[in-house]
Ligand binder design. Structure first.
Ligand code: ADE
Ligand code: ZN
Length: 346
């Protein structure tokens, strides 16, 4: 294993910003900045219930997940054309590249769009074209993960899966998001089983606000390979042991947890405890346009608030590549780049 150099507290933010990393938990609709929401609304001739960008930003005061989701789905309603989806993802990739993101796995919520009459083809083609260009023009590799909205029915998830099958080659995996409490993973057992048969990689949000029991059923019933968030697992010692033993990655989103009041402050975040318990945690931005920061803000603010060091930074970045859905040889190439970036701090 790579010997991580000791890095002073003063140089740690620079290390965090420069180190290569993968982002595995980004809802692409959550990267829509207020400026782009207004630009797309104007391009599509839509009226917004906010006077300007500042008024919209002022509405971003959330008390829990649902208070955020209401605004997030309203923001996504400006997305109409394939070019809109392309422009949204392109803006994210440009921003991610600045943060040293070498690989990103983007969640998208097709049901938010198909319910408004926007076709699956429009959504996937726009996002896929942005992924192709991100690799060619920015050197960022990218994959798409389609999420089912868990507040809707399993029948609607099956219908969404059918609509996505013509684009099977552009979608690496299936996820589960939206309002967690009251919508346990087991509501989607059959549709996830079908997705598994079809060869999709599987992930699910669990243990963001919901109980550890939801993490257990995401693992045992949905048979997911990664848990998105999963921070409530801290309340269940047997679950922590299972996550560590089976190397189930958690895609943790510190600024999201802060803004949605999962923790009162970043100093209370349990990221360090998860890492020290041997869990393959990663750091991610979730919905960066809404939560006040992209990848490097998540890293630097979290490290400023917690007793985390260069070894934790290395582990988080390495975990991000190892937990990704790219093949092992591509992971090794990224990890070599990671090691080289740490060597410069020796
Ligand atoms: N959709 C977008 N962001 C989400 C989050 N943090 N939890 C659940 N669903 C989401
Ligand atoms: Zn999320």
């Amino acid at each position: 294993m790579f010997k991580v150099p000791a890095v002073s507290a003063e140089r740690l933010p620079e290390l965090l910003r420069r180190m290569p990393k993968a982002e595995l938990h980004i809802h692409i609709e959550g990267s829509l900045e207020p400026e782009l929401i207004f630009a797309l609304a104007q391009r599509n001739g839509l009226a917004l219930p906010y006077a300007d960008v500042e008024a919209l930003r002022r509405a971003y005061a959330f008390t829990n997940l649902q208070s955020f989701l209401d605004i997030y789905y309203a923001g996504a309603s400006v997305l109409i054309t394939e070019q809109d989806f392309y422009d949204m993802a392109r803006a994210y990739f440009v921003r991610a590249a600045q943060d040293g993101v070498l690989h990103a796995e983007l969640f998208f919520d097709p049901q938010t769009h198909t319910a408004r009459g926007v076709s699956m083809a429009t959504v996937v083609k726009g996002l896929h074209r942005a992924c192709v260009d991100a690799q060619a023009e920015l050197g960022v590799s990218a994959l798409l993960i389609m999420c089912f909205l868990r507040h809707l029915s399993e029948e609607e998830a099956f219908a969404t899966l059918e609509q996505a099958l013509p684009f099977r080659e552009h979608i690496v995996g299936i996820g589960l998001d939206s309002g967690e409490v009251g919508n346990p993973p087991e509501k989607f057992t059959r549709v996830f089983a079908r997705c598994r048969q079809l060869g999709f990689r599987l992930v699910a949000h669990a243990g963001e606000e919901g109980p550890p029991a939801y993490v257990w059923t995401a693992l045992n019933e949905l048979k997911v390979e990664r848990i998105d968030h999963g921070v409530q697992s801290m309340h269940d010692a047997a679950l922590l042991q299972r996550l560590a033993q089976d190397r189930i990655p958690l895609t943790v989103c510190p600024l999201s947890n802060l803004k949605l009041c999962v923790y009162p402050d970043l100093a209370s975040h349990t990221l360090g405890q998860l890492l020290d318990a041997g869990i393959a945690a990663t750091v991610n931005s979730d919905d960066p346009a809404y939560f006040g920061g992209y990848m490097n803000e998540n890293f630097t603010q979290t490290f400023a608030a917690l007793p985390l060091n260069a070894t934790h930074a290395y582990l988080l970045a390495r975990n991000s590549f190892e937990a990704s859905f790219i093949d092992k040889s591509a992971q090794q190439i990224f990890i070599k780049q990671l090691d080289e970036s740490f060597e410069k701090f020796r």
